[in-house]
Design a protein around this ligand. Structure first.
Ligand code: DGL
Length: 266
């Protein structure tokens, strides 16, 4: 038996607290359509952004153990909060590659030709300081303005982007950030690209960076270098899982990805 074929065609596992990671997943599917993919939305524990480090490590371990049983060849942490709080503790515990979004994108963010960079992220991500420390490893002179956004994930998961109260919340948080006059603002939570239409009512859309594009290019290059790309010539399969509310997941996902089959409840 050719083991390399067996490993290459094994699925890649993605996870996030909910629909946010689909902003990464949809770009990944476009870039590498032949890969077999699993997606886990940990909707039972939403939002991750106000959980403790210990809780976030235990959720990540549960999901990685689940993926391990499904014999994944790699796991993509399509969640900034989990990358900031759990990645360091779990990275050496599994026999497959693990790609965390923040650590994978920090170098490219540090090389942007700008001096002032804003970061919008969840309270847990901001508290960890990981965005700042990772970017400063490569560019200590970049001025970084981290700001946590308290209700944004709930707005997205409840599909509440059109509610005027929610628009006011986003506008007010953005107003605080703009006082620092950042040249670019990273959407450092995978749910936030769902709010781009609101954000760009108040400032230019190109001011925002969704790191998903950088992340997906990074993963594709790394899989190639490590000879881990799938060698199928047909579209890969996908299977989605959630830990609660599969119907709501399908509805909230719509803006970024059409979930065809109702996710399986785990
Ligand atoms: N979308 C996740 C992130 O990128 C987690 C959001 C949350 O559940 O608070 O941080």
């Amino acid at each position: 038996m050719n083991t390399s074929i067996t490993i290459n065609n094994n699925p890649i596992g993605f996870f996030d607290s909910g629909v946010g990671g689909l902003t990464v997943y949809s770009k990944f599917r476009n870039k590498l359509p032949n890969e077999n993919c699993l997606y886990f939305g940990d909707t039972k524990h939403l939002p991750y952004g106000n959980k403790t480090k210990e809780e976030l490590i235990s959720y990540a371990r549960f999901i990685l153990d689940f993926f391990e049983k499904q014999q994944v060849k790699a796991v993509i942490i399509a969640c900034n909060t989990s990358s900031s709080a759990a990645y360091d503790s779990i990275k050496d515990s599994y026999g497959f590659k693990i790609y965390p979004i923040i650590q994978s994108c920090a170098k490219i963010l540090s090389e942007l030709p700008i001096k002032r960079l804003g970061i919008f992220a969840t309270p847990a991500t901001i508290k960890s300081g990981v965005y700042e420390s990772e970017i400063k490893k490569y560019n200590p002179d970049m001025l970084i303005y981290p700001q946590s956004c308290h209700n944004w994930v709930d707005i997205v998961e409840s599909n509440g982007q059109n509610n005027p109260e929610n628009i006011k919340i986003v506008q007010s948080d953005l107003g605080m950030m703009l006082k620092n006059n950042p040249e670019k603002i990273v959407l450092g939570c995978t749910h936030y690209p769902y709010l781009l239409d609101i954000l760009s009512k108040f400032t230019s859309r190109d001011r925002f960076i969704d790191p998903a594009e950088y992340f997906v290019n990074y993963i594709a290059e790394d899989l190639k270098e490590n000879k881990l790309l799938n060698n199928n010539t047909q579209a890969g399969y996908e299977k989605m899982y959630v830990s609660a509310n599969p119907e709501q997941f399908k509805i909230a996902a719509k803006m970024f990805y059409e979930v065809k089959e109702l996710p399986e409840l785990v």
